[in-house]
Design a protein around this ligand. Sequence first.
Ligand code: Q46
Ligand code: ZN
Ligand code: ZN
Length: 329
Amino acid sequence: MRCSVCGAPAQVEVRRRNQAFCPEHYRAWFVNEVRRNLKRHQMIRKGDRVLVAVSGGKDSLVLWDTLTGLGYRTTGFHIQLGIGDYSKRALAATRAFAEERGLELLVVDVRESFGLTIPQLAQSTGRAACSGCGLSKRYLMNRVAADEGYGVVATGHNLDDEAATLMGNVSRWQTDALVRQGPLLEEREGLARRIKPLYTLTEREVAAYAFLAGIEYQHEECPHAEGAKSLLYKDILNRLETRMPGTKQAFLVQYLKKVQPVLKEGLAGGDVELRRCERCGQVTTGSVCAHCKLWDRAYARAKKRRLLLESRGFDPRPKVDRLKPASEA
Ligand code: Q46
Ligand code: ZN
Ligand code: ZN
């Protein structure tokens, strides 16, 4: 196999595009895909400061690497979930990446801020870890972006993630989620714009970039991911992809292009009114947001189990640790 650009021996094959690349041209191809996605949806606009959500895994670190490489002003944002050694290693990988490149990193530790780790939150509410975790991550991303003055939050969702989410939403016809899904969620009052610049690149392609760019990331999966439905959908999509290269991209991109606009129009008028949560001030549809409700419930149970002092009330303000690059410290 030869590189489609220079004819040198190829190291990465992109079957769905019928192309193969040498290391140098693969990286150039990858960055160009990201650049095209950013441009196509005008994801980052003049003067924007970008908060990049970084877990320490390959997707988010590759995203941070490509965005800084393209010259955007970025700050990393890492959430310590308190999931044992997995979380500690995630922070170590994230910090090492930031320090090596002299990038600013914000860290919020869920337990330091709110008193319970994500596993303790799950125990105290009786809900699966991922549901409270997802809710807390969304809350913190919005909250920290607003408090710290970032207009854009970028996440490392790749094509596999997005196609799996679409399959999950379609299998139950979750129309609310279907109209919201996409690489760009425009800012709304109090909520930063949310972007997914890697949405057309597969997990395998992201991993190949990480390897060739020498990015050291956390390889292990969160222990709670095991058995997640998204993994089943990814497996099904991978089997289709092997037989029919390009299926994943067609499934997602054609949905966004052809079906979502029709769906949005059909559901127009069904927009719910947004208001401010009485507890935390974030945008919500009810009087108290889902995040505050969840943590209030967790507090009641955690106090009974003596995980928290009786006198402690839930305070929705996160404590942000700022790790400045060495040059500015
Ligand atoms: S970190 Fe959190 Fe994921 Fe772990 S607990 Fe579930 S949602 S699986 S991306
Ligand atoms: Zn080449
Ligand atoms: Zn709230």
